[in-house]
Ligand binder design. Structure first.
Ligand SMILES: N[C@@H](CCC(=O)N[C@@H](CSC=O)C(=O)NCC(=O)O)C(=O)O
Length: 277
């Protein structure tokens, strides 16, 4: 692991690091905030998965999580959203696919399958690094995310309820296999056989029997992607049928931006801290 930068913040440290990822076939950058209390004890870890077009930096610069994470004693890890580098195949004019749009899965289709393996990167490679280099209690992990990253958080929690003890999302893509902006990506990464898409779709995972105790979801009513791309009511319906607790808060007048995310970030961190102990 290479240190790119470290800066004192709220008594703790906001760092940016890079690692050579075998899964993604190249160097990957990620950010870690550690609170001051991590100097004395192991701290719970909350993963923040970002949305389309993002790197690790969007939430680090605009998410406003550090004051509350410092107060609650949480380590916050912010991975990138896709493999990077000139050698990585891409569709540069398409912001919904390729670089910046890894969809938190391991691609099975050439040419994407060589590098687009964000699920393995985030679930296997980064936890090993975080455990080795930070005062992280890996027995107390939560996951949160925004939009495409909300999809990542929900699907990771549903697939790994023993690992993640808490999950929340801002404006998540709850059913990527039927939304216009994500269907083409799933087809290119995973192939035309839609049966393989189900384990990357929160509502279909629930339909197929995956369970998680409870979710917190915030969704802005003025979000331009609400009706065509996000559709939280599909998650509400799936959770109701499966008896999964869902706190869905429709936030009047908020859009899809980090102004929305930063407004409710404290609530999400408190949600995680309560469940992570
Ligand atoms: N480039 C697009 C807008 C892209 C966008 O809104 N991205 C969101 C995530 S969308 C779902 O995953 C985002 O987080 N952007 C980064 C930011 O800092 O706001 C367009 O031009 O319409």
């Amino acid at each position: 692991m290479k240190i790119i930068s470290e800066a004192k913040s709220h008594g703790g440290c906001q760092g940016v690091y890079s690692t050579t990822s075998e899964a993604c076939g190249g160097d990957m950058t990620f950010a870690v905030f550690r609170p001051i209390v991590a100097k004395e004890q192991l701290c719970p870890v909350v993963w923040f998965l970002s949305g389309l077009t993002c790197t690790h930096a969007n939430v680090m610069d605009k998410g406003e999580y550090r004051r509350m994470a410092a107060e609650l004693g949480l380590i916050i890890v912010c991975p990138d959203t896709s493999p990077r580098g000139d050698h990585v195949p891409d569709e540069p004019d398409n912001w919904q696919f390729g670089k910046g749009a890894g969809f938190y899965l391991d691609a099975t289709q050439a040419p994407w399958s060589r590098h687009y393996r964000m699920e393995t990167h985030i679930l296997d490679e980064l936890p090993a690094l975080v455990a080795a280099h930070f005062a992280a209690d890996m027995g107390r992990q939560g996951v949160m995310g925004h939009s495409m990253g909300g999809h990542g958080a929900l699907t990771f929690a549903l697939k790994h309820p023993d690992r993640f003890k808490s999950c929340s999302a801002f404006a998540p893509i709850v059913q990527p296999s039927t939304a216009d902006w994500s269907r083409p990506a799933l087809e290119k990464y995973l192939g035309a056989d839609e049966s393989g898409w189900r384990r990357h779709d929160a509502t279909l995972l629930i339909e197929d029997g995956a369970r998680f105790p409870e979710f917190l979801v915030d969704q802005g009513t003025a979000d331009g992607f609400l009706d065509a791309g996000l559709r939280p009511w599909l998650l509400e319906e799936a959770c109701q049928k499966a008896d999964i607790g869902l706190t869905l808060r429709m936030q009047e007048g908020y859009d899809h931006s980090y102004h929305f995310i930063s407004t409710f970030m404290d609530d999400h961190l408190a949600w995680h801290a309560e469940r992570l102990g």
